[in-house]
Design a protein around this ligand. Structure first.
Ligand code: PMT
Length: 465
Protein backbone atom coordinates (compact mmCIF):
# COMPACT_ATOMS: atom_id res chain seq x y z
CA UNK A 1 0.00 0.00 0.00
CA UNK A 2 1.25 3.53 -0.78
CA UNK A 3 2.50 5.35 2.30
CA UNK A 4 1.06 8.70 3.22
CA UNK A 5 3.17 11.62 2.12
CA UNK A 6 4.93 13.57 4.81
CA UNK A 7 3.96 17.11 5.69
CA UNK A 8 6.91 18.44 3.67
CA UNK A 9 5.87 17.00 0.36
CA UNK A 10 2.16 17.88 0.46
CA UNK A 11 2.69 21.53 -0.28
CA UNK A 12 6.06 21.59 -1.98
CA UNK A 13 6.36 21.55 -5.74
CA UNK A 14 5.50 17.92 -6.24
CA UNK A 15 4.75 16.60 -9.68
CA UNK A 16 1.03 16.62 -10.55
CA UNK A 17 -0.11 13.22 -11.72
CA UNK A 18 -3.81 14.03 -11.31
CA UNK A 19 -4.32 16.19 -14.38
CA UNK A 20 -7.43 15.11 -16.33
CA UNK A 21 -8.22 12.27 -13.94
CA UNK A 22 -11.91 11.43 -13.57
CA UNK A 23 -12.67 11.06 -9.90
CA UNK A 24 -15.81 9.69 -8.31
CA UNK A 25 -16.12 11.04 -4.78
CA UNK A 26 -18.43 9.05 -2.52
CA UNK A 27 -19.53 11.04 0.49
CA UNK A 28 -21.13 9.27 3.47
CA UNK A 29 -22.91 10.49 6.59
CA UNK A 30 -20.30 11.78 9.00
CA UNK A 31 -19.49 15.01 10.83
CA UNK A 32 -16.34 15.09 8.70
CA UNK A 33 -18.42 15.30 5.49
CA UNK A 34 -17.68 19.04 5.51
CA UNK A 35 -14.10 18.13 4.53
CA UNK A 36 -15.36 16.74 1.23
CA UNK A 37 -15.97 20.33 0.09
CA UNK A 38 -12.27 21.06 0.46
CA UNK A 39 -11.41 17.76 -1.17
CA UNK A 40 -13.51 18.61 -4.23
CA UNK A 41 -11.80 22.00 -4.57
CA UNK A 42 -8.32 20.54 -4.26
CA UNK A 43 -9.03 17.83 -6.80
CA UNK A 44 -10.43 20.33 -9.26
CA UNK A 45 -7.39 22.49 -8.80
CA UNK A 46 -5.17 19.57 -9.80
CA UNK A 47 -7.09 19.32 -13.06
CA UNK A 48 -9.46 16.49 -12.04
CA UNK A 49 -13.06 16.13 -13.12
CA UNK A 50 -15.05 15.26 -10.00
CA UNK A 51 -18.43 13.56 -9.79
CA UNK A 52 -19.89 13.47 -6.29
CA UNK A 53 -22.17 10.65 -5.15
CA UNK A 54 -23.68 11.06 -1.70
CA UNK A 55 -25.58 8.74 0.55
CA UNK A 56 -28.88 10.10 1.83
CA UNK A 57 -27.48 10.50 5.33
CA UNK A 58 -24.49 12.47 3.97
CA UNK A 59 -26.94 15.15 2.86
CA UNK A 60 -27.82 15.67 6.54
CA UNK A 61 -24.23 16.81 7.12
CA UNK A 62 -23.41 18.77 3.96
CA UNK A 63 -25.84 19.98 1.32
CA UNK A 64 -25.75 18.58 -2.19
CA UNK A 65 -25.94 22.20 -3.37
CA UNK A 66 -22.53 22.95 -1.81
CA UNK A 67 -20.86 19.97 -3.43
CA UNK A 68 -22.66 20.46 -6.75
CA UNK A 69 -21.53 24.08 -6.87
CA UNK A 70 -17.94 23.24 -6.02
CA UNK A 71 -17.71 20.26 -8.35
CA UNK A 72 -19.61 22.08 -11.12
CA UNK A 73 -21.77 18.97 -11.58
CA UNK A 74 -25.10 17.83 -10.13
CA UNK A 75 -24.57 15.61 -7.12
CA UNK A 76 -25.98 12.11 -7.46
CA UNK A 77 -27.84 10.53 -4.55
CA UNK A 78 -30.59 8.27 -5.87
CA UNK A 79 -30.75 5.63 -8.56
CA UNK A 80 -33.65 7.56 -10.06
CA UNK A 81 -34.19 11.29 -10.29
CA UNK A 82 -37.84 11.01 -9.22
CA UNK A 83 -39.21 14.14 -10.78
CA UNK A 84 -37.58 13.62 -14.18
CA UNK A 85 -37.75 9.82 -14.26
CA UNK A 86 -34.04 9.69 -15.19
CA UNK A 87 -31.95 6.72 -14.05
CA UNK A 88 -28.47 7.38 -12.67
CA UNK A 89 -26.59 4.50 -14.23
CA UNK A 90 -24.19 3.13 -11.61
CA UNK A 91 -22.50 0.92 -14.21
CA UNK A 92 -21.62 3.88 -16.45
CA UNK A 93 -20.38 5.82 -13.42
CA UNK A 94 -18.22 2.90 -12.33
CA UNK A 95 -16.69 2.59 -15.78
CA UNK A 96 -16.20 6.34 -16.24
CA UNK A 97 -13.94 6.88 -13.25
CA UNK A 98 -10.15 6.69 -13.07
CA UNK A 99 -10.46 6.50 -9.29
CA UNK A 100 -13.27 6.15 -6.76
CA UNK A 101 -12.64 7.78 -3.38
CA UNK A 102 -15.05 7.14 -0.56
CA UNK A 103 -14.32 9.98 1.88
CA UNK A 104 -15.59 10.09 4.48
CA UNK A 105 -16.45 6.39 4.54
CA UNK A 106 -18.87 5.68 7.34
CA UNK A 107 -19.03 2.44 9.30
CA UNK A 108 -22.35 1.64 7.63
CA UNK A 109 -21.03 2.15 4.09
CA UNK A 110 -17.82 0.25 4.83
CA UNK A 111 -19.93 -2.71 5.98
CA UNK A 112 -22.04 -2.53 2.81
CA UNK A 113 -19.02 -2.31 0.52
CA UNK A 114 -17.29 -5.16 2.31
CA UNK A 115 -20.33 -7.41 2.03
CA UNK A 116 -21.62 -6.55 -1.41
CA UNK A 117 -24.80 -4.75 -0.35
CA UNK A 118 -26.02 -2.25 -2.90
CA UNK A 119 -29.14 -0.56 -1.66
CA UNK A 120 -27.97 2.90 -2.66
CA UNK A 121 -26.26 4.50 -5.63
CA UNK A 122 -22.89 4.81 -3.89
CA UNK A 123 -22.60 1.14 -2.95
CA UNK A 124 -23.97 -0.05 -6.31
CA UNK A 125 -21.45 2.13 -8.16
CA UNK A 126 -18.68 0.69 -5.95
CA UNK A 127 -19.60 -2.80 -7.13
CA UNK A 128 -19.45 -1.69 -10.78
CA UNK A 129 -16.20 0.26 -10.53
CA UNK A 130 -13.21 -1.14 -12.39
CA UNK A 131 -10.91 1.67 -11.28
CA UNK A 132 -8.80 1.78 -8.10
CA UNK A 133 -10.98 2.42 -5.03
CA UNK A 134 -9.75 4.42 -2.04
CA UNK A 135 -11.57 4.20 1.27
CA UNK A 136 -10.97 6.93 3.86
CA UNK A 137 -12.92 6.06 7.02
CA UNK A 138 -14.17 8.53 9.59
CA UNK A 139 -15.89 7.41 12.81
CA UNK A 140 -15.57 7.33 16.52
CA UNK A 141 -12.51 5.60 17.93
CA UNK A 142 -14.37 2.59 19.41
CA UNK A 143 -16.28 2.03 16.19
CA UNK A 144 -12.99 2.15 14.33
CA UNK A 145 -11.46 -0.50 16.55
CA UNK A 146 -14.50 -2.73 16.62
CA UNK A 147 -13.69 -6.21 15.29
CA UNK A 148 -16.45 -5.95 12.67
CA UNK A 149 -14.95 -2.70 11.34
CA UNK A 150 -11.46 -4.14 11.35
CA UNK A 151 -12.71 -7.26 9.61
CA UNK A 152 -14.62 -5.23 6.99
CA UNK A 153 -11.59 -3.05 6.31
CA UNK A 154 -9.52 -6.20 5.89
CA UNK A 155 -12.11 -7.46 3.41
CA UNK A 156 -11.89 -4.24 1.43
CA UNK A 157 -8.11 -4.43 1.34
CA UNK A 158 -8.33 -8.03 0.23
CA UNK A 159 -10.45 -6.86 -2.75
CA UNK A 160 -7.57 -4.59 -3.74
CA UNK A 161 -9.12 -1.41 -2.32
CA UNK A 162 -6.73 1.09 -0.84
CA UNK A 163 -7.25 2.18 2.73
CA UNK A 164 -6.44 5.76 3.69
CA UNK A 165 -6.34 5.23 7.44
CA UNK A 166 -8.20 7.57 9.77
CA UNK A 167 -5.89 9.78 11.76
CA UNK A 168 -5.51 10.32 15.49
CA UNK A 169 -6.94 13.41 17.23
CA UNK A 170 -10.01 14.97 18.75
CA UNK A 171 -13.22 13.35 17.53
CA UNK A 172 -16.77 14.72 17.26
CA UNK A 173 -17.69 12.78 20.41
CA UNK A 174 -15.07 14.74 22.35
CA UNK A 175 -12.97 11.60 22.73
CA UNK A 176 -9.43 11.55 21.52
CA UNK A 177 -8.18 8.68 19.39
CA UNK A 178 -8.01 7.27 15.87
CA UNK A 179 -11.06 8.02 13.73
CA UNK A 180 -10.57 11.43 12.10
CA UNK A 181 -10.90 11.60 8.35
CA UNK A 182 -7.49 12.14 6.80
CA UNK A 183 -6.97 15.80 5.84
CA UNK A 184 -8.05 16.58 2.23
CA UNK A 185 -4.55 17.83 1.29
CA UNK A 186 -3.12 14.50 2.39
CA UNK A 187 -5.79 12.53 0.55
CA UNK A 188 -4.94 14.43 -2.63
CA UNK A 189 -1.22 13.89 -2.09
CA UNK A 190 -1.90 10.22 -1.42
CA UNK A 191 -3.81 9.93 -4.70
CA UNK A 192 -1.05 11.79 -6.48
CA UNK A 193 1.52 9.33 -5.11
CA UNK A 194 -0.64 6.47 -6.25
CA UNK A 195 -0.97 7.80 -9.79
CA UNK A 196 2.73 8.57 -9.94
CA UNK A 197 3.50 4.90 -9.31
CA UNK A 198 0.72 3.85 -11.62
CA UNK A 199 1.81 6.10 -14.50
CA UNK A 200 5.43 5.04 -14.12
CA UNK A 201 4.48 1.38 -14.20
CA UNK A 202 2.22 1.89 -17.21
CA UNK A 203 4.86 3.95 -19.00
CA UNK A 204 7.58 1.42 -18.36
CA UNK A 205 5.34 -1.41 -19.52
CA UNK A 206 4.41 0.54 -22.67
CA UNK A 207 8.02 1.46 -23.36
CA UNK A 208 9.14 -2.12 -22.98
CA UNK A 209 6.34 -3.32 -25.26
CA UNK A 210 7.15 -0.67 -27.85
CA UNK A 211 10.84 -1.38 -27.68
CA UNK A 212 10.29 -5.11 -27.92
CA UNK A 213 7.97 -4.62 -30.89
CA UNK A 214 9.98 -1.95 -32.63
CA UNK A 215 13.47 -3.16 -31.97
CA UNK A 216 14.01 -6.60 -33.32
CA UNK A 217 17.40 -5.71 -34.66
CA UNK A 218 19.46 -8.88 -34.63
CA UNK A 219 21.80 -7.43 -37.27
CA UNK A 220 22.54 -4.33 -35.20
CA UNK A 221 26.27 -3.65 -35.27
CA UNK A 222 26.78 -5.80 -38.38
CA UNK A 223 28.10 -4.41 -41.66
CA UNK A 224 26.51 -6.11 -44.62
CA UNK A 225 27.68 -5.68 -48.22
CA UNK A 226 25.46 -6.71 -51.11
CA UNK A 227 25.96 -6.86 -54.83
CA UNK A 228 22.90 -6.48 -57.03
CA UNK A 229 21.84 -6.10 -60.63
CA UNK A 230 23.34 -7.01 -63.97
CA UNK A 231 26.86 -5.87 -64.72
CA UNK A 232 27.31 -4.01 -67.99
CA UNK A 233 30.40 -4.82 -70.01
CA UNK A 234 31.16 -2.17 -72.57
CA UNK A 235 31.63 -3.08 -76.24
CA UNK A 236 31.95 0.50 -77.37
CA UNK A 237 30.76 3.86 -75.94
CA UNK A 238 27.10 3.03 -76.71
CA UNK A 239 26.77 -0.74 -76.37
CA UNK A 240 27.34 -3.30 -73.68
CA UNK A 241 26.92 -6.99 -72.81
CA UNK A 242 24.58 -7.66 -69.93
CA UNK A 243 21.78 -9.90 -68.66
CA UNK A 244 18.22 -9.65 -67.40
CA UNK A 245 18.84 -9.03 -63.70
CA UNK A 246 16.69 -6.14 -62.49
CA UNK A 247 18.27 -5.84 -59.04
CA UNK A 248 14.94 -6.58 -57.29
CA UNK A 249 16.27 -9.53 -55.30
CA UNK A 250 19.33 -7.65 -54.04
CA UNK A 251 17.33 -4.51 -53.23
CA UNK A 252 14.79 -6.54 -51.25
CA UNK A 253 17.61 -8.04 -49.19
CA UNK A 254 19.20 -4.62 -48.66
CA UNK A 255 15.87 -3.18 -47.48
CA UNK A 256 15.12 -6.02 -45.09
CA UNK A 257 18.68 -6.18 -43.74
CA UNK A 258 18.56 -2.46 -42.95
CA UNK A 259 15.28 -2.95 -41.10
CA UNK A 260 16.92 -5.66 -39.03
CA UNK A 261 19.59 -3.22 -37.95
CA UNK A 262 22.44 -3.94 -40.37
CA UNK A 263 24.59 -1.17 -41.80
CA UNK A 264 24.12 -1.97 -45.46
CA UNK A 265 26.31 -1.13 -48.44
CA UNK A 266 24.66 -1.98 -51.74
CA UNK A 267 26.98 -2.17 -54.73
CA UNK A 268 24.64 -2.01 -57.62
CA UNK A 269 24.12 -1.50 -61.32
CA UNK A 270 20.36 -1.23 -60.99
CA UNK A 271 18.25 1.86 -61.60
CA UNK A 272 15.74 0.90 -58.90
CA UNK A 273 15.01 3.48 -56.22
CA UNK A 274 17.60 3.43 -53.45
CA UNK A 275 16.43 1.56 -50.35
CA UNK A 276 15.97 3.75 -47.27
CA UNK A 277 19.06 4.31 -45.12
CA UNK A 278 21.25 2.11 -47.27
CA UNK A 279 24.62 3.23 -48.60
CA UNK A 280 24.32 2.70 -52.37
CA UNK A 281 27.42 2.57 -54.58
CA UNK A 282 26.53 2.71 -58.27
CA UNK A 283 28.86 0.87 -60.65
CA UNK A 284 28.62 -0.63 -64.13
CA UNK A 285 31.06 -3.41 -64.90
CA UNK A 286 32.31 -6.48 -63.04
CA UNK A 287 35.70 -4.79 -62.65
CA UNK A 288 34.07 -1.77 -61.02
CA UNK A 289 31.98 -4.05 -58.83
CA UNK A 290 35.08 -5.91 -57.63
CA UNK A 291 36.85 -2.65 -56.88
CA UNK A 292 33.90 -1.38 -54.83
CA UNK A 293 33.59 -4.68 -52.97
CA UNK A 294 37.29 -4.74 -52.17
CA UNK A 295 37.10 -1.23 -50.76
CA UNK A 296 34.69 -2.43 -48.05
CA UNK A 297 36.13 -5.92 -47.70
CA UNK A 298 37.96 -5.36 -44.41
CA UNK A 299 35.03 -3.88 -42.58
CA UNK A 300 32.27 -6.16 -43.88
CA UNK A 301 30.84 -8.86 -41.62
CA UNK A 302 28.36 -10.37 -44.07
CA UNK A 303 28.61 -10.43 -47.89
CA UNK A 304 25.68 -11.35 -50.08
CA UNK A 305 26.44 -11.70 -53.78
CA UNK A 306 23.08 -11.32 -55.51
CA UNK A 307 24.38 -9.63 -58.65
CA UNK A 308 24.30 -11.36 -61.99
CA UNK A 309 27.89 -10.72 -62.98
CA UNK A 310 28.94 -11.22 -66.58
CA UNK A 311 31.50 -14.01 -66.65
CA UNK A 312 33.12 -12.51 -69.77
CA UNK A 313 33.64 -9.03 -71.15
CA UNK A 314 34.90 -7.77 -74.49
CA UNK A 315 38.67 -8.08 -74.59
CA UNK A 316 38.88 -4.64 -76.08
CA UNK A 317 36.45 -1.77 -75.80
CA UNK A 318 36.19 0.25 -78.99
CA UNK A 319 36.76 3.93 -78.33
CA UNK A 320 34.34 4.94 -81.11
CA UNK A 321 30.92 3.56 -81.90
CA UNK A 322 31.40 0.43 -84.00
CA UNK A 323 29.93 0.97 -87.44
CA UNK A 324 28.09 -1.53 -89.58
CA UNK A 325 30.33 -2.99 -92.26
CA UNK A 326 28.76 -3.20 -95.70
CA UNK A 327 28.74 -6.76 -97.01
CA UNK A 328 29.67 -8.32 -93.64
CA UNK A 329 26.74 -9.99 -91.85
CA UNK A 330 28.81 -11.32 -88.97
CA UNK A 331 30.72 -9.65 -86.25
CA UNK A 332 33.04 -11.35 -83.80
CA UNK A 333 33.75 -9.85 -80.41
CA UNK A 334 36.56 -11.49 -78.54
CA UNK A 335 35.82 -11.94 -74.88
CA UNK A 336 37.99 -12.31 -71.84
CA UNK A 337 37.14 -13.67 -68.45
CA UNK A 338 35.84 -11.27 -65.83
CA UNK A 339 37.05 -11.50 -62.27
CA UNK A 340 34.87 -13.71 -60.14
CA UNK A 341 33.96 -11.32 -57.32
CA UNK A 342 32.52 -13.90 -54.94
CA UNK A 343 35.47 -16.24 -55.49
CA UNK A 344 38.00 -13.41 -55.01
CA UNK A 345 36.46 -12.47 -51.67
CA UNK A 346 36.01 -16.14 -50.74
CA UNK A 347 39.73 -16.73 -51.25
CA UNK A 348 40.68 -14.13 -48.68
CA UNK A 349 37.71 -14.48 -46.37
CA UNK A 350 38.45 -13.90 -42.70
CA UNK A 351 37.10 -16.26 -40.06
CA UNK A 352 34.72 -13.58 -38.74
CA UNK A 353 33.19 -13.00 -42.20
CA UNK A 354 30.12 -14.79 -43.57
CA UNK A 355 29.68 -15.15 -47.32
CA UNK A 356 26.44 -15.85 -49.14
CA UNK A 357 26.31 -16.46 -52.87
CA UNK A 358 23.48 -17.03 -55.31
CA UNK A 359 23.33 -19.70 -57.95
CA UNK A 360 21.19 -19.05 -60.99
CA UNK A 361 20.81 -22.33 -62.78
CA UNK A 362 18.92 -23.82 -65.69
CA UNK A 363 19.97 -27.46 -65.21
CA UNK A 364 21.83 -29.71 -62.73
CA UNK A 365 20.79 -27.13 -60.17
CA UNK A 366 21.83 -28.76 -56.91
CA UNK A 367 25.10 -30.09 -58.26
CA UNK A 368 26.09 -26.74 -59.73
CA UNK A 369 25.09 -24.83 -56.62
CA UNK A 370 27.07 -27.17 -54.36
CA UNK A 371 30.07 -26.87 -56.62
CA UNK A 372 29.89 -23.02 -56.52
CA UNK A 373 29.52 -23.10 -52.74
CA UNK A 374 32.76 -25.00 -52.48
CA UNK A 375 34.80 -23.34 -55.23
CA UNK A 376 33.98 -19.82 -54.08
CA UNK A 377 34.50 -20.71 -50.40
CA UNK A 378 30.99 -19.52 -49.47
CA UNK A 379 29.20 -20.28 -46.21
CA UNK A 380 25.83 -20.58 -47.86
CA UNK A 381 24.37 -20.41 -51.34
CA UNK A 382 20.87 -19.46 -52.47
CA UNK A 383 19.75 -21.51 -55.44
CA UNK A 384 17.15 -20.13 -57.80
CA UNK A 385 16.32 -21.94 -60.98
CA UNK A 386 15.03 -20.51 -64.23
CA UNK A 387 13.08 -23.77 -64.54
CA UNK A 388 10.75 -22.60 -61.77
CA UNK A 389 7.82 -20.39 -62.75
CA UNK A 390 8.01 -16.96 -61.09
CA UNK A 391 11.65 -17.45 -60.04
CA UNK A 392 14.81 -15.61 -61.02
CA UNK A 393 15.22 -12.50 -63.18
CA UNK A 394 12.81 -9.60 -63.16
CA UNK A 395 9.92 -11.18 -61.23
CA UNK A 396 8.60 -9.79 -57.98
CA UNK A 397 8.67 -13.37 -56.70
CA UNK A 398 11.32 -16.00 -56.32
CA UNK A 399 11.56 -19.64 -55.32
CA UNK A 400 14.76 -20.60 -53.59
CA UNK A 401 16.61 -23.37 -51.85
CA UNK A 402 19.23 -22.49 -49.26
CA UNK A 403 22.22 -24.77 -49.32
CA UNK A 404 25.18 -25.03 -47.00
CA UNK A 405 27.85 -27.70 -46.51
CA UNK A 406 25.42 -29.94 -44.65
CA UNK A 407 21.89 -29.32 -45.81
CA UNK A 408 19.45 -27.99 -48.36
CA UNK A 409 16.23 -26.22 -47.36
CA UNK A 410 13.53 -25.61 -49.96
CA UNK A 411 11.16 -22.66 -49.81
CA UNK A 412 7.84 -21.97 -51.51
CA UNK A 413 7.38 -19.36 -54.24
CA UNK A 414 7.21 -16.06 -52.34
CA UNK A 415 7.56 -12.33 -52.88
CA UNK A 416 11.18 -11.22 -53.10
CA UNK A 417 10.67 -9.35 -49.81
CA UNK A 418 9.67 -12.59 -48.09
CA UNK A 419 12.52 -14.45 -49.76
CA UNK A 420 14.89 -11.76 -48.46
CA UNK A 421 13.46 -12.29 -44.97
CA UNK A 422 13.96 -16.06 -45.23
CA UNK A 423 17.56 -15.59 -46.34
CA UNK A 424 18.34 -13.11 -43.55
CA UNK A 425 16.58 -15.27 -40.97
CA UNK A 426 18.76 -18.19 -41.99
CA UNK A 427 21.90 -16.06 -41.71
CA UNK A 428 20.81 -14.78 -38.27
CA UNK A 429 20.25 -18.35 -37.10
CA UNK A 430 23.56 -19.56 -38.50
CA UNK A 431 25.44 -16.70 -36.87
CA UNK A 432 23.37 -17.11 -33.69
CA UNK A 433 22.49 -13.39 -33.72
CA UNK A 434 19.00 -13.68 -32.22
CA UNK A 435 20.35 -12.56 -28.85
CA UNK A 436 22.51 -9.72 -30.01
CA UNK A 437 24.40 -8.17 -27.03
CA UNK A 438 24.69 -4.76 -28.74
CA UNK A 439 20.94 -4.74 -29.18
CA UNK A 440 20.20 -5.63 -25.56
CA UNK A 441 22.39 -2.77 -24.36
CA UNK A 442 20.52 -0.33 -26.65
CA UNK A 443 17.14 -1.47 -25.40
CA UNK A 444 18.22 -0.62 -21.86
CA UNK A 445 19.41 2.83 -22.93
CA UNK A 446 16.11 3.49 -24.78
CA UNK A 447 14.14 2.57 -21.67
CA UNK A 448 16.04 5.11 -19.63
CA UNK A 449 15.59 7.84 -22.25
CA UNK A 450 11.85 7.31 -22.47
CA UNK A 451 11.01 8.15 -18.86
CA UNK A 452 7.88 10.25 -18.41
CA UNK A 453 8.20 13.96 -17.63
CA UNK A 454 4.94 14.89 -15.85
CA UNK A 455 3.67 18.33 -14.84
CA UNK A 456 4.15 20.16 -11.54
CA UNK A 457 1.92 19.38 -8.59
CA UNK A 458 1.07 22.27 -6.30
CA UNK A 459 -1.46 22.53 -3.49
CA UNK A 460 -2.07 26.07 -2.40
CA UNK A 461 -3.56 25.72 1.06
CA UNK A 462 -3.82 29.48 1.43
CA UNK A 463 -6.62 29.90 -1.09
CA UNK A 464 -9.98 30.90 0.43
CA UNK A 465 -13.06 28.74 0.12
O1 PMT B 1 17.89 -9.04 -60.03
P1 PMT B 1 16.61 -9.84 -60.18
O2 PMT B 1 15.91 -9.53 -61.46
O3 PMT B 1 15.73 -9.72 -58.99
O4 PMT B 1 17.04 -11.37 -60.28
C1 PMT B 1 17.67 -11.98 -59.23
C2 PMT B 1 18.77 -12.93 -59.63
C3 PMT B 1 18.18 -14.06 -60.42
C4 PMT B 1 19.79 -12.20 -60.49
C5 PMT B 1 19.45 -13.44 -58.35
O5 PMT B 1 18.51 -14.12 -57.58
C6 PMT B 1 20.62 -14.35 -58.63
O6 PMT B 1 20.49 -15.55 -58.81
N1 PMT B 1 21.85 -13.77 -58.69
C7 PMT B 1 23.08 -14.49 -59.06
C8 PMT B 1 23.12 -14.64 -60.54
C9 PMT B 1 24.40 -15.30 -61.02
O7 PMT B 1 25.19 -14.63 -61.58
O8 PMT B 1 24.52 -16.55 -60.62
P2 PMT B 1 25.83 -17.44 -61.00
O9 PMT B 1 25.41 -18.81 -60.69
O10 PMT B 1 26.31 -17.13 -62.33
O11 PMT B 1 26.91 -16.95 -59.96
C10 PMT B 1 27.17 -17.58 -58.70
C11 PMT B 1 27.57 -16.55 -57.68
O12 PMT B 1 28.80 -15.96 -57.97
C12 PMT B 1 26.60 -15.43 -57.55
O13 PMT B 1 26.53 -15.09 -56.21
C13 PMT B 1 27.25 -14.32 -58.35
O14 PMT B 1 26.89 -13.03 -57.84
C14 PMT B 1 28.70 -14.57 -58.12
N2 PMT B 1 29.56 -14.19 -59.23
C15 PMT B 1 29.43 -14.77 -60.45
C16 PMT B 1 30.27 -14.43 -61.45
C17 PMT B 1 31.25 -13.47 -61.22
N3 PMT B 1 32.09 -13.11 -62.17
N4 PMT B 1 31.36 -12.90 -60.04
C18 PMT B 1 30.53 -13.23 -59.05
O15 PMT B 1 30.62 -12.69 -57.94
Amino acid sequence: MTTLPTSENTNDNLINHLQDKKILLGVCGSISAYKSALLVRLLLRQGCEVQVIMTKSASDFITPLTLATLSKKPVLIDFIKNKEGVWNNHVDLGLWADAFIVAPASENTIAKLANGLCDNLLSATYLSARCPVFVAPAMDLDMYQHPSTLRNLEYLKSYGNILIEATHGELASGLIGQGRLEEPENIVAFLNDFFEDYIQKEATREDINTIEEEIYLPLKGKKLTLTAGATREAIDPVRYLSNHSSGKMGYAIATEAQKLGAEVTLISTSTLENPKDVNVVKIGSADEMLLAVEMVFQETDIFIFAAAVADYRPLEVATQKIKKEEGNDKMIIELTKNPDIAATIGAKKQSSQFLVGFALETNNELENAQSKLKKKNLDMIVLNSLQEKGAGFGHDTNKISIIDANQKTDFELKSKTEVAQDILKTIIEKLDLRKNPILEEEVKEEEIKKTVAPKKFEINKEEEF
